[in-house]
Design a protein around this ligand. Structure first.
Ligand SMILES: Cc1cc2nc3c(=O)[nH]c(=O)nc-3n(C[C@H](O)[C@H](O)[C@H](O)COP(=O)(O)OP(=O)(O)OC[C@H]3O[C@@H](n4cnc5c(N)ncnc54)[C@H](O)[C@@H]3O)c2cc1C
Length: 393
């Protein structure tokens, strides 16, 4: 799927056509139908993206606000969520039906559908690698790898974890690396184990630095997306990224059997929101998704944040408000809670208490799942439940 897109001047140039970029195009075209929106990506679609493939239903809610409905209606749902701490005797394995289950959709499918939705509404998709962005009084020049400069009135950087656009914006949006702000994860597709059929499985470890966990998410076609992720700068990795082989070993230790027959094994970094600068735009360039370090620091979920920030960036770009203010209002309260939750799960006692409280009260379970998926907060129900679990020992 590719179109030429060699216009001279665009209302909006979006760099990267993952969920954040497609959502930005959709937001812009919803805000002002008929505007000239160029979507640049170095890859041709469909393309794979290393991911756990869990799509929070909240991402679909956001897409509905820009007129994209029924995007995943044909896709199966794995309704249950199981959370355990491996190697912690006495701590319950919690398993419940999720009040609003996430769907497990390979990114080759999801991202292609999103790109198609944007193109159907008028965005022009062009395959090109971007290497720089330059701003002047008249707008933004997006520099491609062959030296061509594409001009837009405004640009959105949605080019993922290794964002060139973010780099081009300089130190205001690239804060110094702080401990605990980047994770690395390996993912593979493997035949789903019978005990993991229909269940999204998260297994924390008692003996490594958290946040880190192994997962098995059933795709619905006999395969599961399986993986393991941990902080790059955790105590055990002493500032170096663990190897892919080591991450796979950890996955197999926590969820034995999951790596048998594994294919498409690949690793990728996750820029966690604990490392956000809080500056999401500079002049006429706005950042969205992973390029803006918007990945949940407890679970590594990033698709919801990519879609939300993308839609807001696209709307703001076409006159629908001030991006930093809109994104701040939508996310900052939640992000403060996820910052705190990421610190809490480092403590064995608090993680155990959260599981005990979730096992006792499905309301607590739902609230905990929501903190990891999208908008949730450490509600008074969670705090009270954990307090009771701590007192009960
Ligand atoms: C192993 C792993 C598991 C994960 N599991 C989940 C999960 O289960 N659920 C969830 O919600 N999130 C998960 N995430 C996070 C999620 O993958 C990201 O948050 C999400 O992909 C962010 O979307 P994005 O559009 O910002 O970036 P991306 O999806 O990375 O898209 C960026 C796009 O930009 C393009 N691009 C990059 N550089 C350039 C350039 N210079 N020029 C032109 N194009 C460029 C790329 O080709 C790509 O298409 C996981 C991440 C990892 C690594």
């Amino acid at each position: 799927m590719s179109q030429h897109g060699r216009e001279q001047h665009w209302d909006l140039v979006v760099v990267g056509a993952g969920p954040a970029g497609s959502a930005a195009a959709l937001g812009a075209l919803h805000q002002r139908p008929g505007s000239k929106v160029l979507l640049l990506d170095r890859a041709d679609f469909p393309r794979d993206k290393v991911c756990g493939d869990g799509v929070a239903p909240h991402a679909l809610d956001v897409l509905e606000t820009v007129g994209v409905t029924g995007l995943l209606d044909d896709w199966p749902v794995a309704p249950r969520l199981r959370i355990s701490v491996v190697g912690a005797p006495g701590v319950p394995v919690v398993e419940e039906a999720m009040s609003r289950p996430a769907q497990v959709v390979p990114r080759a499918v999801l991202d292609e559908r999103l790109v198609r939705a944007a193109v159907e509404r008028g965005a022009v998709l062009r395959r090109a690698r971007v290497r720089d962005v330059l701003q002047d009084g008249a707008g933004v020049g997006v520099v491609l790898s062959d030296g061509e400069v594409v001009r837009g009135r405004i640009a959105v950087g949605a080019d993922g974890a290794h964002s060139e656009v973010r780099r081009a914006l300089g130190p205001a949006v690239v804060p110094p690396q702080r401990r605990g702000t980047t994770a690395i994860a390996v993912r593979a597709y493997a035949p789903v184990l019978p005990q993991h059929e229909g269940v999204q499985v998260l297994a924390f470890s008692e003996d490594t630095d958290r946040p880190s966990y192994a997962w098995s998410f059933p795709v619905g076609d006999g395969r599961a997306n399986v993986g393991f992720g941990q902080l790059v700068d955790s105590r055990s990795s002493a500032g170096t990224a663990p190897t892919r082989a080591r991450l796979l070993e950890r996955l197999e230790e926590l969820l034995p059997g999951t790596t048998a027959g594994a294919e498409q094994v690949a690793g990728h970094p996750l820029p966690l929101s604990t490392g956000r600068s809080g500056v999401w735009s500079v002049g006429r360039v706005l950042l969205a998704g992973d390029a803006a370090s918007l990945v949940n620091p407890v679970t590594g979920e990033g698709i919801y944040y990519a879609v939300l920030s993308g839609v807001l960036a696209g709307r703001a770009a076409l006159g629908g408000g001030r991006y930093d203010r809109m994104l701040g209002e939508a996310l900052v309260g939640h992000l403060r809670h996820t910052d705190l939750a990421a610190r809490l799960v480092r403590s064995d006692r608090l993680l155990h208490a959260a599981l005990r409280a979730s096992a006792r009260d499905t309301g607590v379970f739902d609230d905990v799942a929501d903190i990891g998926l999208a908008r949730g907060r450490l509600t008074s129900r969670v705090v009270r439940g954990m307090g009771r679990a701590l007192l009960a020992g």
